[in-house]
Design a protein around this ligand. Sequence first.
Ligand code: CU
Length: 698
Amino acid sequence: MNKLKLTAAVLAVATSIAGQALAQQNNEDSTREDAERIEEILVLGRSVDLNSSNIEVDKEMVVDTSTVLKRLPGSDVNTNGRITGIAQHRGMYGDRVSVSIDDLGMISGGPNAMDTPLSYVSPMITKELIVQRGIASVSSASESVGGHINAILARGDFGDSNNFGIGGMLGTRYSGNGDTSTTAMRVSVANQDHRFSLLTQADRADDLTTPVGKITPSGLTRDRFDLSYAFSGDDSELLAFIGKLDTQDSGTPALAMDIGSVDTMIYGLQGRTSFTEDFAVEAKLAYNDVEHWMDNFSLRQPPPNTMGYRQNFATGSGSVFSLVGVFGLADSQLSIGVDGQLAEHSSVITNPENPMFNIDNFVDVQRDLAGLFAEWKMSGEVSDWEFGVRYNSVFTDAGDVSVMGIMGGAAQELAEAFNTANRGLSFENVDAVARYRRNLTQGVQFRLELGSKTRAPSYQELYLWLPLQATGGLADGRNYIGNLELDAERSNEINVGLDWTTGNFQFSPQIYYKDVSDYIQGVPTTNMAANMVAMMMSGNPALQFENVDAQIYGIDLAWQYAINDRVYLDGIGSYTRGERADISDNLYRLTPPKASLGISYIANSWTVRSEVVGYARQDKVSAYNDEKETPGYGLLNLSLNLTPNESLRLELQVHNLFDKTYQDHLAGVNRVNGSDMPVGERLYGPERSISAGIIYRF
Ligand SMILES: [Cu+2]
């Protein structure tokens, strides 16, 4: 397929024409799509085609991988802290956007998504992030109502002979703003069949500075380890890994508490075997468990009275699995699979200064999903077809709760009502996807996608029995209660895309519309007890998760123009609009319209790039939770990369060159007292920040 390659700060040097020719060569076999991507020459580390946006994360000077989403059309990130980025894509975020790591889902531990899936992929050891631009295949994830993102760790390559060799990477990056350092290492021992790999990355930072003062608290401490073995034979491949995430004392100023710790172990095993030329089996199994502490007094200014001290201990654990048979038919391929996810969550809130205070936030919550799917793909000379259908059965349950230390009887009343309610719930959903691609004329491709996707409610949306802010990271400052009567939401979606290449110009726009019935969001509740508790704790009445109707539509695009072999212009643009379909209101926390314009000069051993990124004013804000408008802004960023030889890479970057004062609409609102920014004000973006890095490969 014709790839549209976009400019970004990287090293590989190639003309767009060469890249295109290579991509076209590989056109024949779309089942080799993954292999094709590896062979493909990425002109500058970011590529956008009809199907997906890909970005080489290890080449991006970021602390959190979710930040790179800002550079992709249709994508962005809701930032509740520097390592707490929630992926947003085409107007959906949180549990609606499926994020996998090495094609495996993760069970998060934090009821407020402090350990978001992308916080598990430290950027210097992450090879690539792949964002499905449009409707995700039913085979890509169990629930993907808002799309699918896959991150791939950089575990190194296999060798080319029987002899084992050693290879790897050692690198460090430093940014003056917030004394931010990132150091990573990879060591791989591999021959052509076997590969052993060790990855580590350590991130440290103090509070960030903005033109109006410091963001308190925004420091972080995060370590990530991964040990893996991989086998690649003629008919089989295998990957086994053990990973660990150790996060300590990291600020999340848009939330009511900060991260004290996240301690996660991850175990994964996946493989593929071809039994005959026309039959292969793929199997995946992973398990992870999370222990997570957070509180409102260690990193931020504590509440004035010790009565207000809160700490929260949360655990999450569970497994994901899939087993897929892939049948080669004449000119097409049929996959039939089963998959699932078994997850458990608990969370208890205490006050270290008052042993008589105890809230069972979530007790033995269970959310289990089993899925069955069939997907047929046909790749032809001129056109490709894909049809998929999936059946999901979701079962959820929660244990009895109790509460101690909240004045008045309202909290007890809510606990009793919850304990006597029927909490074992099940949801049966069917998803369907059809995708079609066609070469219209020389250099012009067309894509049409239709989908009907579902998402059963999250455990927070169902079982948050006491009004609290444990909402999977909404960060709107409002206290929510769950709803045991919720239905699954369903998005019926259409996506139309073009990919147009003439000479040195490439252009890839897409337009989409989603009609979402039973969209789950908060609405004012009539539950008197809940409103009483919420008023006492926050001064606002409670919102309750409810099924409403919504529509989301928009357009996003990417383009590039090669002025000559050396100089490239490129840009992306995104517009997304989300509104309630049943009443007049906007959806909450949607990315404002944005556009970028970059110019890059690529020499043999160095690359320089400058990029202007503009966000429009966001005035389409939600009324139901008093979302605030944000003014528009533009930033100029510069980067320089040097490769004096094959093994050395030197990086220099200036972010926000003109030291502009700005607020990112998705960065959330300050919830921390005694900070340089008032409580309730949207957090400001970092001041001019200079970063440098050195990466050595061996
Ligand atoms: Cu937390």
